[in-house]
Design a protein around this ligand. Structure first.
Ligand SMILES: Cc1cc2nc3c(=O)[nH]c(=O)nc-3n(C[C@H](O)[C@H](O)[C@H](O)COP(=O)(O)OP(=O)(O)OC[C@H]3O[C@@H](n4cnc5c(N)ncnc54)[C@H](O)[C@@H]3O)c2cc1C
Length: 386
């Protein structure tokens, strides 16, 4: 059994760590996040210059190569400072991998080089107003075949960065499938702007600079070539995307645990009460020890899910576990972090409140922890509970 990163991965981790310290240290991330509704284009461009969008994409199409573990190292290092803002990279990364896996060769050749260079942005538009957990049962958006393409009508919700993205990676029903709602849905790349397509940002608790949007589709035309994968099998194609997304949530939350631990140790090492540093009080030391143990577990479970994906094995169960474990530990850690900082933990001028707000999302999306637990329990042969 070998738990170590390769030399190349160690080096990459250090490069990203230094990049974060130079380009988006915690206080800068805090300022960016505070600008509600102002998408951080400058940060995106810096990530493009650094080559981050190319990680995990094939070299022959302008990507940088790199396995899933490398993608997670990058996500974690960014999240130590950026927390939820990391998702501006995350969405683009897992969507690009899916486009590469399932789009036609001409579309791959057109889009992968642009995605790798950061010249094109993609948002994922799956969830609908009627429900994200019962995704297939709630899906009302329909695509109807027409000359040379499809006409799409419907509405999506919570599509993060849809307002600034060049394409929406969107799922729509193309056939009614009475026996199985997971059949008869198809994946599309919807160019943005398109006639009949509009978005509206939803004010929210965390990752505020990265708008999450309602998307309205009124007879939007999508050419045939922008159908991704096989017609009617969109849900099944999406499974590998979702596994990668969930593992990335694990990595993002591990990065939040890194940031919380670092800030908490720094604060209790300086702050004084009763004539001594508060880091000398046993209960605060126990809080630190708990966060350190949670981080260790988060790291192992995330890298294990990524490693399984790199072996070409099904990592659905491990991705679900990583998503649940890491989101819950990150939230608990940020909560204790606020406690250790006392009143300053509640102040907008420290980062702890940002970690806490951002971590909260990941118990809800991209799959709720209740639904992820349903899947984990079912893998032990228990009957479906819903
Ligand atoms: C900030 C933010 C960003 C997002 N970004 C995106 C994005 O980019 N693209 C996208 O497509 N979506 C996105 N989402 C949507 C996200 O994936 C959904 O919010 C999530 O899947 C939950 O769906 P819902 O909100 O409709 O809750 P619901 O499905 O209505 O669930 C409500 C509650 O019921 C529980 N529940 C439902 N069914 C069961 C069951 N069978 N067993 C146990 N409990 C159950 C859920 O766990 C939850 O607690 C985002 C959401 C947020 C808040």
């Amino acid at each position: 059994m070998d738990f170590s990163l390769s030399e190349e991965q160690h080096l990459f981790r250090k490069v990203v760590h230094d990049w974060v310290e130079n380009e988006c240290p915690k206080n800068k991330s805090r300022d960016i996040e505070a600008q509600e509704f102002e998408y951080p284009f400058e940060l995106w461009d810096k990530m493009s210059e650094a080559g981050f969008h190319a990680v995990g994409l094939p070299e022959e199409l302008g990507g940088a190569g790199g396995d899933t573990v490398t993608q997670m190292i990058l996500t974690r290092e960014l999240a130590r400072s950026l927390a939820g803002l990391t998702w501006i990279f995350g969405i683009s990364s897992f969507c690009a991998k899916s486009i590469n896996a399932f789009a036609s060769d001409p579309v791959r050749e057109e889009l992968i080089p642009k995605l790798a260079e950061g010249r094109t942005k993609v948002a994922i538009s799956v969830t609908e107003p009627a429900g994200g957990t019962d995704l297939m049962g709630a899906m009302r958006t329909r695509a109807v075949k027409t000359d040379g393409g499809w006409r799409i009508n419907g509405q999506k919700i919570w599509s993060t960065a849809a307002h600034v993205s060049d394409y929406l990676f969107l799922m729509a029903r193309t056939e009614d499938s009475p026996e199985k709602t997971s059949k008869g849905v198809t994946l599309f790349l919807v160019p943005n702007p398109s006639e009949g397509l509009s978005t509206r940002q939803i004010p929210k608790l965390g990752m505020r600079a990265v708008g999450s949007c309602e998307v309205f589709l009124d007879d939007v035309f999508v050419p045939d070539e922008y159908v991704v994968g096989e017609r009617g099998l969109g849900f099944y194609h999406m499974l590998s995307t979702l596994n990668n997304e969930r593992t990335m949530v694990g990595a993002l939350c591990t990065g939040i645990l890194d940031g919380v631990l670092e800030d908490a140790v720094a604060y209790v090492s300086e702050r004084e009460a009763f004539g001594r540093k508060i880091g000398g009080f046993q209960i605060l030391q126990h809080y630190i020890a708990d966060i350190a143990m949670w981080r260790q577990q988060a790291e192992l479970i995330t890298y294990y899910a990524a490693w399984k994906a790199d072996q070409g094995e099904d990592c659905g169960l491990e991705a679900n576990m990583a998503k649940v474990v890491c989101s819950e530990y990150a939230g608990r850690a940020a909560d204790l972090g606020i406690q250790m900082l006392g009143g300053m933990g509640y102040a907008a001028e420290t980062n702890m409140q940002r970690y806490w707000r951002d971590a909260r999302l990941y118990r809800i999306g991209p799959i709720s922890n209740e639904m992820a637990r349903n899947g984990i329990a079912e893998s032990f042969g228990l009957p479906r509970s819903f």
